[in-house]
Design a protein around this ligand. Structure first.
Ligand SMILES: C[S@@+](CC[C@H](N)C(=O)[O-])C[C@H]1O[C@@H](n2cnc3c(N)ncnc32)[C@H](O)[C@@H]1O
Length: 293
């Protein structure tokens, strides 16, 4: 068993590593939440090694191939943005290998990584996790009961995403909040039975309208999904990193649960701005709840 003493760096120390030599600048910062508008590969290279407790990564699915899908009964383009265009199989694999390798370097030995994706990308990521020495703990099926119908009627309606959970080192003791997962309250999920072990199929609808009040990110994850992931795999004081922040759902889950430090990175400034609006709303709601407003 690898023994690694739990070192909690003050958040400021972590951020000063990242901003050393003015290589990266912080777009938004509070005492436990920071956002960088950057290429995450570059940002990760400035992290000290063995530093992060948990990574949640929702990388581009690289499926923006000019096709169409159905949304709310309307035909819409599948294109999410330039960031989601495939550069061909080999280049896509190189991209995934580069960022997963950096995640491995910055994770603590007992740290874990979650990677979400569809069949367009998840097999490449799973193969690379194994190639790079991670030990896969689970492949979660996130079933979407409200998935959009299939327009072509020539194959099944895609209605789930896969979320891989892996630990950096097979011999290290990773954290799993078994009690909270077994005995917690999950009213959004009709597969989870009260007081029984949490299984690897999770049923949850796509983000509710109130999660899009400031505009929506095209691949935004539901807050409940990330709350479950953060609660299952992190404890108080842990540092969470999301290299593909998007609308900031991972950080917002960490903020909602509390006592976590979060760093998110996105190459697109609009998504950083969206995250700040969503973050401020959560802080406002928390203050209201605590009677400070
Ligand atoms: C699948 S989305 C993440 C959605 C997010 N999980 C959420 O709930 O909103 C992927 C994000 O990665 C960003 N991205 C793509 N390439 C990037 C890179 N090299 N560095 C940083 N961000 C990148 C995109 O701008 C996009 O917002």
């Amino acid at each position: 068993m690898i023994s690694s003493k739990k070192i909690i760096y003050p958040f400021d120390v972590t951020l000063s590593h990242l901003t050393k030599n003015k290589k990266h600048s912080i777009s938004f910062q509070s005492d436990d939440f920071a956002l960088f508008n950057d290429d995450s590969l570059e940002l990760m290279r400035s992290f000290p090694e063995n530093h992060v407790d948990m990574v949640f990564a929702d990388p581009p699915y690289l499926l923006s191939n000019d096709g169409f899908t159905c949304q709310n009964g309307q035909m819409v383009s599948v294109n999410k943005g330039k960031w989601d265009k495939s550069k061909g199989f080999d280049e896509d694999v190189k991209f995934h290998e580069a960022w997963i390798s950096e995640c491995r370097r910055i994770l603590k030995p007992e740290g874990t990584i979650w990677i979400s994706g569809t069949y367009h990308s998840i097999y490449q990521c799973g193969f690379l996790l194994q190639k790079l020495g991670f030990h896969i703990l689970n492949d979660i099926s996130w079933f979407k009961p409200n998935a959009s119908p299939n327009l072509s009627c020539r194959f099944f309606t895609a209605s789930h995403e896969t979320i891989l959970w892996a630990r950096k080192d097979r011999r290290a003791k990773h954290y799993f909040n078994y009690e909270a997962m077994k005995n917690g309250d999950f009213p959004e999920d009709n597969i989870k039975k009260p007081q029984l072990q949490m299984r690897s199929v999770w049923s949850m609808s796509t983000p509710a309208p109130n999660e899009k009040e400031f505009g929506k990110h095209p691949t935004q994850k539901p807050l409940n999904l990330l709350k479950r992931i953060v609660l299952a795999s992190t404890k108080a004081g842990d540092l969470i990193f999301d290299p593909f922040n998007g609308g900031g759902t991972t950080g917002l889950a960490a903020k909602t649960i509390g006592d976590r430090q979060y760093i998110g990175c996105d190459i697109n400034k609009d998504y950083i701005d969206l995250t700040v609006k969503r973050y401020n709303r959560i802080v406002e709601q928390q203050k209201l709840f605590e009677g400070q407003l």
